[in-house]
Design a protein around this ligand. Structure first.
Ligand code: BTN
Length: 319
């Protein structure tokens, strides 16, 4: 089925006969595979009697050579998957099997993409970026402090470079345009954070997705914001380049070096919010973050600090 997709990806008409010859199957087998493309991957195919088949929307598939060419000095190996449960889960398996690090896992689709707080990350085929970077962390806790916020900054920069100028951050690491989510970050840790450990930096970016019934919150994509389809290979390379640059400074100076930059891009700075922490809902006003990336809230007369992966912010009185 994916070989067929690769034959069709130029967006031009191809006859059933030519496709059958290229695949070494009959025309009716081509027809069956085309049905599967639509049902299994949600890819729409335009069928015209006498001309053949073409994709309704041309697709640009992930391409390792293009990603490497767009980030030539980085040297991070990239593993591409047509389909995987979760790129984070795959990166963890690669760490467990002692693959050389750092390495990047990218997939055309995820069948069990995971988001923060146990949520699902909607991951249709060929439309978005599902990216995981596996890293070995040697410097103990300090190298982990603020790491997920730092990755948010790197994602934000990549999005702005791709034309989404209005994108901003929501603590801890959502990237939004106004109220609509365009990207999310999920860090997963393996080993002892006080000693040598491994971290998987998972990034999901809505790139060319324009419609879905599955996302249960307000969302947008690079295509919806810029009005044109984006090259996912270039965006993936930009993402790696930016993460590497932010990490290099973080390793030496810690997250404190980025506090100001982060707060400048925080869309909810100074806003009245509710912080959801399990069953608890804490009402306060966002003061900013500290040098470890913890959220600073004015709660009544007190200034309080919050950190942890299970926390989530809502604007107060938001419906
Ligand atoms: C969030 O909830 O905002 C975080 C979403 C993170 C999604 C990405 S997609 C690539 C990587 N693999 C996963 O299963 N999740 C992350």
């Amino acid at each position: 089925m994916l070989t067929l997709l690769k034959l069709l990806k130029d967006g031009k008409f191809h006859s059933g006969q030519d496709l059958g010859a290229a695949l070494g199957v009959s025309r009716s087998a081509v027809w069956k595979q085309l049905q599967q493309l639509e049902v299994a991957l949600g890819i729409e195919v335009h069928k015209v009697r006498g001309r053949g088949y073409k994709l309704v929307y041309p697709i640009s598939l992930l391409d390792e050579a293009k990603i490497q060419a767009a980030a030539p000095h980085l040297g991070w190996p990239v593993q591409l998957f047509d389909s995987v449960d979760s790129t984070n889960a795959e990166a963890m398996r690669l760490i467990a099997s002692r693959s050389p690090l750092p390495l990047v896992v990218l997939a055309e689709r995820q069948t069990a993409g995971r988001g923060r707080r146990g949520r699902k990350w909607v991951s249709p085929f060929g439309e978005n970026i599902y990216y995981s970077l596996a890293l070995r962390i040697e410097g103990g806790m300090r190298q982990l402090e603020g790491l997920s916020l730092l990755v948010g900054l790197a994602v934000l920069k990549a999005l702005r470079e791709s034309g989404v100028k209005a994108a901003g951050l929501k603590w801890p690491n959502d990237v939004l345009v106004g109220r609509r989510k365009i990207a999310g970050v999920l860090l997963e840790l393996l080993g002892d954070p006080a000693d040598v450990c491994h971290v998987v930096v998972g990034v999901g970016i809505n790139v060319n997705m324009r419609a879905t019934d599955e996302v249960d919150q307000e969302w947008t994509s690079v295509h919806l914001e810029t009005g044109v389809p984006s090259d996912r290979n270039e965006l993936a390379a930009r993402l790696s380049t930016n993460i590497a640059a932010y990490l290099a400074v973080h390793q030496v100076q810690g997250f404190g070096a980025y506090m100001e930059e982060w707060e400048e891009s925080h869309l909810w700075q100074g806003r009245a919010v509710t912080l959801l922490a399990g069953a608890e809902a804490i009402e306060g006003v966002v003061l900013g973050i500290d040098a470890r990336g913890a959220l600073q809230l004015q709660v009544g007369d007190d200034k309080k600090s919050y950190s942890g992966g299970e926390l989530s912010l809502r604007l107060r009185n938001d419906t």
